[in-house]
Design a protein around this ligand. Structure first.
Ligand code: HDD
Length: 730
């Protein structure tokens, strides 16, 4: 049966006219499944699709077979080049609505009319891996939002990290060449743990802040639905009076910001490389629509130089403690694409797609991006008409004198394709500013043509330090371990040493912890590394890096663990059930989870029906062989006579051991506790039968107390405090 998405494609009074228009625009291009006749691409009905046309039953195929030729030719041309970066991604449709008018800040209609629902298409991605790579690579995640507004399309092409590796787009090809698989052997796939990446990074002090983010748990998110998004650059908002203010865009997920453990990420990559893609798809299919709030940090024009760092420098963020994030509207993803290729793969985002009321700044990374995005679509989507592909079509009317080109869809009538013209009444006509014509903010400019950066771009360490020092102790340990892992895979000792020297400028303890794992000592007085961001014959005084921001500042907004407990809605709990399991206990647990929007998923010794102590069969969604605890948020083992068998099953032991090791909430009742003992999970303490830690809930039954303890621990996401003791029994 054909799959139906929970959101109907028929025009709905609950959707805005714009949202209906976008849905219908896509609908009109959709070949819906149903009772249809098989045809060629030219509409000729096909009588036999099983056999090619041959000269005799055992004879050669005939060139005349137009059906065979067309079918194979089309197949041969099905692939297009993957994106040069962000090749692996998945996307969904949704809507955006502003809470109240932001007219004092911007004239953008979708930000001033709280009654307007703006259709959106959002694509999440990894950066370095190719299309078929794993979702759980340690990497930056793309967070690209296409707003189909009534005044034209606005693309906010951001990431899940608020800063970037480089300050100037001229270094982007170098960065990407360094991080992608090495060119001689195409190794490693979707990983930064190799020499060329760290060679480049160690020569680019400006990348240190981003490296802190990349080595933090932010690079291994639990779900796309639990990631923040950032526009990264400083943009401008311009209101109807022409007043401009600086703005940083944020997306704040309503489910909180969460990550997995690195060991877990590596295991997920094997068990389910589509983990994030599947999670997004299933949440939307189940009607658990992911939501984010749009956040704005506004800086008045007069305060451009008041923050202690340069707003045009994309390696800097504005600490939320300095400029709070105002939450101004909500993004909801509510419909999966019908066709991955037609929508997700062909979506063309462009940082240069802005609407009246939103403008650029002179951030040199932003400026270079403005060139790159159309240019890349020309090769990837095959020509200048990619804006006519349904997913890329604006809902605002499009009229201009652009014509022709590969795959042109629009049939432009008439003999006039130029302006000004008199033969066509000078149409299409320019729009006045009052009628919504885009007017660039008249920023005064002046200066000499130079290949240089301002001295205000030469502080490379203070925000890296702020990030590191703002992390909780477990987060710092994860970051240190990530660097030990990545740099431990680097073969060049020179590169490793250069990196340790950089780390020493960020934090001495960080440098010595990483250095120890590499067998390196940290120089007592680390020399300032060369800054290759200035020209070879540049002024040597520019080599001195500058400390502009307050070195003592700590921003709790940068820590993920500072923001728990949070909701457990949409979380998945594996409940291990064997023959004769405690049906009432499992029902109580399931009910408690459901009350908070979380789901219990039965995992049995086999798939299909598992008979409980009430003699009823319950369907196990997975067997212990077809799933793994790394694919769940928490694990519970049910009481019952069959539970004893788990203790002899290495897969079951591994299942709970991993859940414990990854600091998840774990619960067991009655006989199920034996599996914990078999897996060396501490359940007894000297004082009696008090559970070993706050996220281990055990009891004879799934009593309200056991369930409460379990659910409370889930709300903390992970009990990272468990980690220091993990070297003992696990
Ligand atoms: Fe980029 C894709 C985000 C710097 C050139 N970029 C791309 C995507 C995202 C970003 C989310 C995927 C869009 C999608 O889902 O289709 N890129 C960023 C951010 C950056 C950034 C947040 C820094 C703040 N990018 C950047 C620079 C350049 C590019 C400096 C080049 C000068 N980016 C591209 C590209 C891509 C792209 C080559 C590849 C596929 C595409 O554009 O459509 O043009």
């Amino acid at each position: 049966m054909a799959r139906r998405s929970p959101v109907s494609r028929a025009a709905s009074p609950r959707r805005s006219a714009a949202a209906n228009a976008k849905v219908q625009q896509l609908e009109s291009s959709t070949d819906q499944p149903g009772d249809t006749t098989l045809t060629t691409n030219h509409g000729v009905a096909i009588n036999d699709d099983q056999n090619s046309l041959k000269a005799g039953e055992r004879g050669p195929s005939l060139l005349e077979d137009f059906h065979l030729r067309e079918k194979i030719t089309h197949f041969d041309h099905e692939r297009i080049p993957e994106r040069v970066v962000h090749a692996r991604g998945s996307a969904a449709h949704g809507v955006f609505q502003v809470y109240k008018s932001l007219a004092t800040l911007t004239k953008a209609g979708f930000l001033t009319d709280p009654g307007r629902e703006t259709p959106v298409f959002v694509r999440f991605s990894t950066v370095a891996g190719s299309r078929g790579s794993t979702d759980l690579a340690r990497d930056v995640r793309g967070f690209a939002v296409k707003f189909y507004t009534d005044e034209g399309t606005f693309d906010l092409v951001g990431n899940n990290m608020p800063v970037f590796f480089i300050q100037d787009a001229i270094k982007f090809p170098d960065l990407i060449h360094a991080v992608k698989p090495e060119p001689d052997n195409e190794i490693p796939q979707a990983a930064s743990a190799h020499d060329t990446f760290w060679d480049f990074i160690s020569a680019m002090p400006e990348s240190m802040h981003m490296v802190m983010w990349l080595m933090s748990d932010r690079a291994i998110p639990r779900s796309f639905r639990m990631m923040e998004g950032f526009g990264v650059h400083t943009f401008r908002l311009v209101n109807a009076n022409g007043t401009s203010r600086f703005v940083k865009f944020h997306w704040k997920p309503l489910l909180g910001v969460h990550s997995v453990a690195w060991d877990e990420a590596q295991k997920i990559s094997g068990k389910d490389p589509d983990f994030h893609r599947r999670d997004l798809w299933e949440a939307i299919e189940e009607g658990k629509f992911p939501e984010w709030e749009l956040g704005l940090q506004i800086v008045e024009e007069k305060d451009e130089f008041a923050l202690g760092f340069d707003l045009l420098d994309p390696t800097k963020l504005i600490p939320e403690e300095l400029v709070p994030v105002q939450r101004v509207g909500k993004l909801t993803l509510n419909r999966n694409p019908d066709n991955f290729f037609a929508e997700t793969e062909q979506a063309a985002f462009h940082i240069g797609h802005v609407v009246p009321g939103i403008d650029f700044t002179n951030d040199p990374l932003l400026q270079g991006r403005l060139f790159s995005y159309t240019d890349t679509q020309l090769i990837r989507l095959g020509g200048p008409n990619f804006h006519e592909i349904p997913i890329n079509r604006a809902i605002a009317p499009v009229h201009n004198n652009q014509r022709d080109g590969h795959m042109r869809q629009t049939i432009s009538a008439g003999n006039v394709s130029y302006g000004p013209n008199t033969l066509g009444d000078n149409q299409p006509a320019q729009a006045t500013a009052a009628a919504g014509g885009y007017v660039t903010f008249p920023e005064p400019l002046g200066g000499t043509k130079v290949r240089q950066r301002g001295a205000s771009f030469f502080d490379h360490y203070s925000q890296a330090r702020m990030f590191f020092r703002s992390q909780s102790a477990p987060e710092q340990q994860h970051l240190i371990k990530a660097l030990r892992f990545e740099l431990g895979k680097v073969k060049s000792p020179d590169v490793q040493e250069r990196m340790v020297r950089h780390l020493a400028q960020i934090d001495k303890e960080l440098a010595s912890s990483v250095g120890r794992a590499l067998g390196l000592t940290v120089p007592a007085k680390p020399a300032a590394p060369p800054n290759h961001s200035i020209p070879a014959d540049g002024d040597p005084k520019n080599h001195q890096h500058r400390e502009l921001a307050d070195p003592t500042i700590v921003s709790s907004a940068l820590s993920m663990t500072a923001h728990v407990p949070g909701p457990i809605a949409t979380r998945k709990v594996a409940v291990l059930v064997a023959d004769g399991f405690d049906a009432a206990g499992v029902a109580a647990l399931t009910k408690a989870l459901a009350a908070r929007g979380a789901a219990a998923v039965l995992v049995g010794p086999h798939v299909g029906q598992v008979v409980a102590d009430d003699n009823k069969g319950y369907a196990a969604a997975f067997s212990i062989l077809t799933t793994s605890s790394v694919l769940f948020d928490a694990v519970a083992v049910a009481d019952g006579p069959g539970a004893a068998d788990w203790t002899r099953d290495v897969d079951a032991i591994e299942f709970v051991k991993d859940a414990y090791r990854h600091c998840k909430a774990v619960a067991a009742s009655g006989e199920g506790i034996k599996l914990f003992r078999a897996a060396d999970i501490p359940v007894d303490e000297p004082e009696g039968d008090r559970p070993a830690d706050a996220a281990t809930a055990v009891g004879d039954r799934f009593t309200p107390q056991v369930i409460k303890r379990f659910v409370t621990a889930m709300a903390d996401h992970r009990l990272w405090a468990r980690e220091p003791g993990l070297h003992l029994p696990i």
